[in-house]
Design a protein. Structure first.
Length: 127
């Protein structure tokens, strides 16, 4: 690159060709870099989406199992408590059955502890 400085107004075809090759190479490298960056971003996005999807699925499964276990626990507690109530007091009204079925496991446990002192199911379930 010293030649153009020594002879600034001299047109040297080989030099111009070299300059064009240099410019073309620089442009090609710039395009390759952009393409590599774009491909890297797309690969990263895809990987991130996949990881996020997997994490979401795992979390959803975990929460679903937890909710299912809680619901099953509540239903089983209600079923057993209704059996106790019917054993002690006979057939219950639908209103009282619904109240038991919609109660939390903790509430059913509290009622179970008081069942032997109750004289009527209404007395127990309204306490």
């Amino acid at each position: 690159m010293l030649l153009p400085r020594k002879a600034p107004n001299t047109d040297i075809k080989e030099f111009n060709d070299l300059q064009e090759v240099h410019d073309m190479l620089a442009e090609t490298v710039r395009q390759w870099t952009q393409k590599a960056e774009q491909e890297g971003r797309q690969a990263g996005l895809q990987e991130g989406r996949q990881a996020g999807l997997q994490e979401g699925l795992n979390k959803g499964r975990h929460e679903g199992r937890h909710e299912g276990l809680q619901e099953g626990r509540q239903q089983e507690a209600a079923k057993l408590f209704l059996l106790l109530l019917e054993s002690k007091f006979g057939k219950l009204s639908l209103l009282l059955e619904d109240k038991v079925r919609s109660a939390s496991p903790e509430q059913i446990e509290a009622w179970t502890k008081q069942i032997f002192q109750a004289k009527a199911p209404e007395e127990l379930l309204n306490s």
